[in-house]
Design a protein around this ligand. Structure first.
Ligand code: MG
Length: 290
């Protein structure tokens, strides 16, 4: 199933895609459905035949997840060609190829809907960049999750763009939080495809287009650490809970690593897309953030 969140009658409702329609569920928050486990999914299946339906076309989609219990969990350098392309371009913060996945977080206020405007303020940064990523949502509580059980902990998959400010990323020491957490900059969605429908997360074609030009084009087969390994290593001694969102890293082609470099500006359109999921379409629009 494909779960989404839409604006409806002055509030928000959770829906399930049904062809060209959205079947509206009683739930207003998808996290409650995810936390409810198998019983909640049975309730959804019972509710669907009687659910009110509205056309998807014309509906305003919000980010499918809107309530976060913690920061958004993220993976850095998870495609080796991306790790290599950035060598010598990290402003003196180069490191050797890591032997374990690199993790960091983004503040939850970054999240916007799949077609919303990205808040752009040149006073915040001169180096706005894009990062198309496959993201997953945890569905089952676990700590130190074995690799062979890891995919059982995934509730579903979605798309994100880890919009980054490279100068902020470098300016505050060897951390990534600050250059990855600017408010209203990370599109998420357009929906969450449940893990049973999605199938193999290592067989996804992922792209990022800037003003119609393909800038990133890769398969998740190219990940340095596959999704099961990411969950295994991230959960080592650290509980992952239903509703936690994990971004799995971006492939080569980021603007900062190009010759000449390409950075985002007001009016630019960023498209993030993947087969088996869909399309995020976002334009950078001027906001006062500083
Ligand atoms: Mg990223």
């Amino acid at each position: 199933m494909r779960f989404l969140t839409i604006e409806y009658a002055g509030g928000e409702r959770v829906g399930v895609l049904d062809g060209a329609d959205v079947a509206l569920l009683a739930a207003t928050d998808l996290v409650s459905v995810i936390e409810g486990g198998a019983a909640a999914m049975d309730a959804v299946r019972n509710e669907l035949p009687r659910a009110e339906r509205i056309p998807l076309a014309g509906a305003r989609l919000c980010a499918p997840l809107r309530r976060f219990r913690r920061d958004i969990l993220c993976t850095g350098w998870n495609y080796w060609d991306h790790f290599e392309e950035s060598k010598g371009k990290r402003d003196g913060q180069d490191v050797d190829r890591p032997e374990h996945p690199t993790f960091f977080t983004k503040g939850p206020d970054v999240v916007i809907g799949p077609y919303d405007e990205i808040a752009y303020d040149p006073a915040i940064s001169a180096k706005w960049d894009y990062e198309a990523e496959l993201a997953l949502v945890i569905g089952k509580t676990g700590r130190s999750i074995p690799v062979e059980q890891a995919l059982d902990h995934v509730w579903g998959y979605t798309l994100a763009n880890d919009i980054s400010q490279r100068d902020l990323q470098r300016a505050h020491g060897g951390q990534w939080l600050k250059g990855k957490s600017i408010d209203q900059t990370m599109p998420l969605g357009p929906w969450i495809v449940t893990a049973d429908e999605f199938g193999d997360p290592q067989d996804v074609h992922l792209q990022c287009l800037l003003n119609g030009e393909v800038m990133q084009d890769a398969s998740t087969k190219q990940m340095a650490y596959d999704v099961a390994t990411l969950i295994n290593e991230l959960s080592f001694g650290m509980t992952l809970r239903p509703g936690d969102l994990l971004l799995t890293g971006t492939p080569a082609g980021i603007g900062n690593a190009r010759e000449p470099q390409v950075f985002l500006g007001e009016g630019d359109e960023v498209i993030t897309q993947a087969d088996k999921i869909g399309v995020l379409r976002n334009t950078l629009a001027r906001r006062e953030l500083a």
